[in-house]
Design a protein around this ligand. Sequence first.
Ligand code: GAR
Length: 187
Amino acid sequence: MRIVVLVSGTGSNLQAVIDAVDSGSLPLEIAAVGADRHHTLGVERSAAAGLETFVVNFKDYAQRSDWDAALLSAVAAHQPDYVVSSGFMRIVAPTFIDAFSGRYINTHPALLPAFPGAHGVRDALAYGVKVTGCTVHYADAGVDTGPIIAQTPVAVLPGDTEESLHERIKIAERELLLEVLGSLAGA
Ligand code: GAR
């Protein structure tokens, strides 16, 4: 099974996938890692691991549709079985969803459908929920929407900040992502 991982930020979930593949516990091939911006830790982690790495820099495209087309062709060039949005903070075009229908997976740091969007952890804290968590789901053209594959609850602790809660969620999120990818890879 070949995957392309898309990242926008620190890539800690990507690192967990890289480590699991390297240790032999996750039987898949990371065909490439792609990003929507330059100079992120995610891109650095990918390059450091010797993976094929590409950037389709959102800001380089005057037209949104040109960026959409460039992303689609950059990902498709690697012929992935699955594409994993791992902290990739862009909504992809319907053409992308069509091309990877049922094969585009996203992780989100909340129990969807609650608290979608770029600030799932902050929004859950602000609402005052006592339990939040993480979700791995098939992504569609919406914001963190699409059929849910798996979820893990994470308790909100007294005194939690967005950072402390997100760190605990990310621990659960990494485990969940590895489990889902393992099961898709038939492990
Ligand atoms: C993860 O918690 C992921 O769920 C979240 O960004 C973080 C990326 O962390 N994604 C979203 O909020 C998507 N709406 P990482 O770059 O360290 O893996």
